[in-house]
Design a protein around this ligand. Structure first.
Ligand code: DOR
Length: 311
């Protein structure tokens, strides 16, 4: 009698968990495996207009507390993921979120035009927060640039759009991004992408652990959970209620999902820990979350979503 169902507007998820963009979702085989798991759907690897090799290897390194990556958006190009999304959206009640990450505003608009003209009728996740493209900054740290791209997008785009955000660290940044996002008919925000440009050092070799950008890369895993929770909470307190929130960052147990939902997450995504554990993580965490809810007498996520108490 415990339900882990969730929704973003009219889109229904039979489980609150999805993979996070980038993790085990670059090929149709990987994506199909997620769709066939207990997850409520899948997110496709952020696409660029053309296929990309990404950065030089080694470009990802696991640590006891998480991982660092500077993949540089290796992907098969928009056409590949759009075809998969068109074919699989809504099948067996599963949602396919189509992630895109153009390297420029024009690339994003070009992809959004193509999606607008396609038969895909699910959620599109516009990634404005990739930290790993050499020479480019994370668009969503520039609030006027976000306003500009959304203004241009909603002149023609009538499908349902979510925005993947980077972590913010100053309360004024939350005010500023919410002021921009609240001016547009956005379906959801997804917080957070990796914490950009961290540095992991190996004291034995006296070296960095990944090759691109002198070792700087996005952090995921245990390092980021408190930051992710803060972003979900701070945005839920500021965004208009029509904008849903996907909580991403540091989830590896039922307790972590519980905390994200308490902070206001409608749906959650799992990156680093899904990379470590593969699709069995979705059934393990479903069980753990159900047990926590049973102990507390909750039967649905609505019973506690956003109800975090302050002291
Ligand atoms: O941590 C990340 N790595 N975030 C992104 O948005 C892109 C990805 C990559 O491919 O570098």
């Amino acid at each position: 009698k415990i339900s882990l169902k969730a929704n973003i507007g009219k889109y229904e998820f039979n489980n609150v968990m999805l993979n996070a963009a980038g993790i085990r979702c670059a090929t149709t085989d990987e994506l199909t495996k997620v769709l066939n798991s207990e997850a409520g759907g899948c997110v496709t690897k952020s696409a660029t207009p053309e296929p990309r090799e990404g950065n030089e290897s080694p470009r990802m390194k696991a640590t006891p507390l998480g991982c660092i990556n500077s993949m540089g958006l290796p992907n098969h190009g928009l056409d590949y993921y759009l075809k998969f999304a068109e074919e699989n959206q809504g099948k067996d009640g599963k949602q396919v979120l189509l992630s895109i990450a153009g390297l420029t505003v024009d690339q994003n608009l070009e992809m959004l035009h193509k999606i607008q003209e396609s038969s895909f009728n699910g959620l599109v996740e516009l990634n404005l927060s990739c930290p790993n493209i050499k020479g480019e900054s994370q668009i969503a740290y520039d609030f006027e640039a976000v306003r500009d791209i959304l203004t241009k997008t909603f002149k023609f785009f009538t499908k349902d759009l979510g925005i993947k955000l980077p972590p913010y660290f100053d309360l004024h940044q939350f005010d500023q991004i919410a002021d921009v996002l609240n001016d547009f008919p956005i379906a959801y925000v997804n917080s957070i992408n990796s914490i950009g440009n961290g540095l992991i050092v190996n004291p034995e070799t006296e070296s960095v652990v990944i090759k691109p950008k002198g070792g700087f890369g996005g952090l995921g895993g245990d390092y980021v959970k408190p930051t992710a929770l803060a972003n979900v909470r701070a945005l839920r307190l500021r965004l208009k209620p029509e904008i849903a929130i996907i909580g991403t960052g540091g989830i590896k147990s039922g307790r972590d999902v519980f905390e994200h939902v308490l902070c206001g997450a409608n749906v959650v995504q799992i990156g680093t820990a899904f990379g470590f554990e593969d699709v069995k993580i979705f059934s393990r965490i479903s069980k753990e979350l159900s047990e926590i809810m049973a102990e507390k007498g909750y039967s649905s996520l609505d019973d506690f979503r956003g109800k975090l108490k302050t002291l």
